[in-house]
Design a protein around this ligand. Structure first.
Ligand code: PSU
Ligand code: MN
Length: 323
């Protein structure tokens, strides 16, 4: 039994003619970013974000535009009324953005969303599963995916384990995941160790150390393999994918320096959120991110939006350079 995907004609044409395609997720739309416009109390709007659009939709629009600027085609994924989609037109994206009942689909919950005909934003893990399903449908799998920060082992381990489905999905799918490291609400070093155990190469784009999501890369933090140009990533990806049973590669790009914050500030905001937020399950990540944004006068939110757009742009350039 194979998954019936709805593939947008532009994405379909690009994949069939081997043009560069970048997968983009929508959990960041339904759960990761606020549905209001950028509040004036937080200062000028983040670079690249239109001040008249709600932040969640405006960021997705800016990410798709950043991919297009590089000559690659954006393929935004989602589950709409139970239908897994790769490539959304603007009406589909807006409908998902305004859907108050929109769920958050991970690899563990795609099946229930489909069976119950629900609409859902797709997390990193769900997006990679839909990307891999393209191969079953006789198409190429896009080689690049972009997001802000991946899920991983949450803070609070080893007292309680909360681990994102993102890690297993990255380990299993032959795709390059562009992010700014694990999100700041995640135990990033434990997550990096888990990725090593899962056989995921973790690369730093123009950095020697694991980026701390909204934080400036701090020297001496967890060292990772540095790559300075896109052709080096292509060589590593080709070598990795020539190995039997190889899966994804994590490529980490630090947040743009104009909005990145000191790592100590981000850490203490994350620790306070960790203590104060009681939500569990899929609701926990959005509640933690909202708490940090409010508690920092919007600084974590500004960095999050700017790094999402900048990662989409680099992902587009990488996809173009890989074909
Ligand atoms: N990047 C962001 N904000 C987000 C996410 C990524 O800047 O909200 C989403 C991704 O979809 C990721 C998910 O897969 O958060 C992880 O959630 P959890 O910890 O519940 O697995
Ligand atoms: Mn979880």
């Amino acid at each position: 039994m194979s998954l019936e995907l709805k593939v947008h004609p532009e994405v379909d044409e690009a994949l069939r003619s081997h043009k560069p395609v970048v997968l983009l997720e929508t959990a960041v739309l339904t759960c990761g970013l606020p549905r209001s416009t950028w509040p004036q109390s937080f200062g000028t709007a983040p670079s690249g974000l239109s001040a008249d659009e709600p932040m969640h939709l405006g960021t997705l629009h800016a990410m798709a535009a950043a991919v297009r600027e590089t000559g690659s085609v954006p393929a935004i994924t989602a589950i709409l009324d139970g239908q897994p989609c790769v490539g959304l037109d603007d009406a589909m994206l807006t409908r998902l953005a305004m859907d108050d009942a929109g769920e958050k689909a991970s690899a563990a919950s795609i099946a229930t969303c489909m069976a119950d005909q629900l609409s859902a934003g797709t997390t990193v893990s769900a997006t990679l599963h839909l990307g891999a399903a393209l191969a079953e449908n006789g198409r190429d799998i896009p080689r690049v995916f972009a997001t802000g920060g991946i899920g991983g082992v949450h803070l609070g381990w080893p007292d309680k384990l909360d681990m994102s489905a993102d890690l297993m999905a990255i380990a299993r799918t032959q795709i390059c995941v562009l992010c700014s490291g694990p999100k700041s609400i995640i135990d990033d070093v434990t997550t990096a160790e888990a990725m090593e155990a899962l056989g995921i190469p973790v690369l730093g784009y123009q950095t020697d150390y694991l980026p701390g999501f909204q934080a400036t890369t701090s020297s001496g933090h967890h060292p990772i393999h540095r790559v300075d140009d896109l052709s080096a990533i292509d060589r590593i990806a080709k070598a990795h994918w020539s190995l039997p049973q190889s899966g994804g590669i994590l490529l980490c790009q630090p947040a743009p320096c104009q909005s990145a914050m000191p790592i100590e500030t981000v850490r203490s905001l994350a620790e306070v959120a960790e203590l104060q937020i009681k939500a569990t399950g899929p609701a926990r990540t959005p509640a933690l991110l909202t708490h940090m944004a409010e508690n920092s006068g919007g600084r974590t939110l500004r960095a999050n939006i700017e790094l999402l757009i900048s990662n989409a742009s680099t992902a587009g350039s990488l996809a173009s350079s890989m074909t």
